[in-house]
Ligand binder design. Structure first.
Ligand code: SF4
Ligand code: F3S
Length: 104
């Protein structure tokens, strides 16, 4: 499966949403997640994210994000149509530790 990591937080550009053939993105306040049990591993969304927030769960360091994607995709609503990203998204593009600072 592919998962969304903390680079998405506060950027939430949503270029990924509409390319997914199985509509498995879910929307939180500050980021999106993928539902691993629905993802068919096609990889189409990965190059769509301008901030490289989408990674394969086989990549090292992605365990935490797999757990987060699994948990929150059960709770958050499905999103299939791109919305406007937050106006201040540029500000957060290169910020570190966004999970500790802003996740909600
Ligand atoms: Fe959807 Fe394919 Fe991305 Fe999985 S890898 S979330 S199926 S676009
Ligand atoms: Fe997030 Fe990138 Fe999609 S910033 S909403 S994973 S295009």
């Amino acid at each position: 499966t592919y998962v969304v990591n903390d680079k998405c937080i506060k950027c939430k550009l949503m270029d990924c949403v509409e390319v997914c053939p199985v509509d498995c993105f879910y929307e939180g306040k500050n980021m999106l997640v993928i539902k691993p049990e629905e993802c068919i591993d096609c990889g189409v969304c990965e190059p769509e994210c301008p901030v490289d927030a989408i990674v394969a769960d086989t990549e090292s360091g992605s365990e935490k994000w797999l757990e987060l994607n699994t948990k929150y995709s059960e709770i958050w609503p499905n999103i299939t149509i791109k919305k406007d990203p937050p106006e201040d998204n540029e500000k957060y593009k290169n910020e570190e530790n966004k999970y500790d600072k802003y996740f909600s």
